[in-house]
Design a protein around this ligand. Structure first.
Ligand code: 5GP
Length: 114
């Protein structure tokens, strides 16, 4: 079974600045923020990468986005805007192999790419 730093955060084995949690997911601030707001939305079910998603587990991706959008509205930056992105495997820049959605906001963000 895959075990990552995010599983340890879910199990409260290491600390994190948790901003939201429900039965299916947890959200906490990134330890190395790339924007004034940088929160990670992580499913509790083990799904290493976007490439591991199946028809049975796909709904969790919608739940991650719903939670991120709700958080943005509640925090008052939805109108200004934000970026929600998932990295997949090496070329996508993924470093933690438990699916997660990055929510980046708080300033105009540069264009992404290479
Ligand atoms: P990835 O590169 O896999 O898309 O994103 C992983 C993210 O997890 C990175 O932005 C990294 O800063 C963050 N991260 C790695 N280890 C920890 C940790 O122990 N705590 C928190 N809060 N974030 C972490």
């Amino acid at each position: 079974m895959t075990d990552t730093i995010f599983h340890k955060i879910i199990r409260r084995e290491i600390p994190a600045d948790i901003v939201y949690e429900d039965d299916d997911l947890i959200a906490f601030r990134d330890i190395a923020p790339q924007a004034p707001v940088h929160v990670l939305f992580v499913p509790k079910a083990t799904i290493p990468t976007l490439d591991d998603l199946t028809a049975d587990t796909a709904a969790v991706v919608g739940r991650l986005h719903l939670a991120a959008a709700r958080y943005a509205r509640e925090q008052g930056f939805a109108q200004d805007g934000y970026r929600a992105v998932m990295n997949c495997n090496a070329h996508g820049g993924q470093t933690v192999f438990q699916l997660h959605l990055h929510l980046l906001a708080g300033a105009p963000l540069g264009r992404f790419g290479t």
